[in-house]
Design a protein around this ligand. Structure first.
Ligand SMILES: [Fe+2]
Ligand SMILES: [Fe+2]
Length: 192
């Protein structure tokens, strides 16, 4: 059975691949729908590709294997990117905000889990997650500052994107992401 660290790496690598596919598809759609966003989306895509390589580099030394659901991440990411890109600027911002906010919460749980027990200490992995999370915060801010006030339709799109990402994360970790989240919520309550 893969260790929690191996599952963390697997899902993070898969997720970054999905994020790359989202931005690649959004760029393709944005060339037609909102060409002014293409240079910024290209920058975000370059970040996601680097994140993917950073997690992949940590895989072999932690007995992890690349995620078996990579084709699903690729397909899901591309579909989300294309649909939201074709919806134009608002679709792009809502998708980015939903994805990055969801990812941020999971990275928070992972960092807290790694720090909760000295036996789990993995400074190299924690450092990579923290550095990537900082860049993801920039992506989130980019989208959140630009999206218009949320209407009912926007909220529905946000919910659908976030639910898709959550489902992919849950499947990639075989439910472990839920356990990490619950564990972190309980330990935070204890501290408070
Ligand atoms: Fe990323
Ligand atoms: Fe990102």
């Amino acid at each position: 059975m893969p260790s929690t660290v191996a599952r963390i790496l697997k899902v993070n690598h898969g997720g970054e691949h999905g994020a790359s596919r989202i931005y690649a598809a959004q760029i393709a759609a944005a060339r037609w729908r909102c060409p002014e966003l293409v240079p910024e989306l290209a920058e975000l895509l370059a970040h996601e590709r680097r994140h993917e390589q950073m997690f992949l580099a940590l895989v072999p030394s932690r007995a992890a294997r690349p995620c078996r659901l990579m084709p699903l991440w690729a397909l899901g990411g591309f579909a989300l990117g294309l649909m939201t890109g074709l919806a134009g600027r608002t679709g792009v911002f809502i998708c980015t905000e939903a994805v990055e906010r969801t990812v941020h919460r999971h990275l928070d749980h992972q960092l807290a889990w790694l720090a909760a027990d000295p036996a789990r200490a993995d400074p190299e992995l924690a450092e990579a997650i923290a550095a990537i999370q900082t860049e993801e915060e920039g992506h989130l801010a980019w989208a959140a500052e630009r999206r218009p006030p949320q209407t009912g339709a926007a909220r529905a799109l946000y919910g659908a994107v976030a639910a898709t990402v959550e489902a992919l994360i849950w499947l990639s970790t075989q439910g472990e992401s839920g356990r990490l989240g619950r564990e972190m919520t309980v330990s935070r309550r204890r501290v408070a």
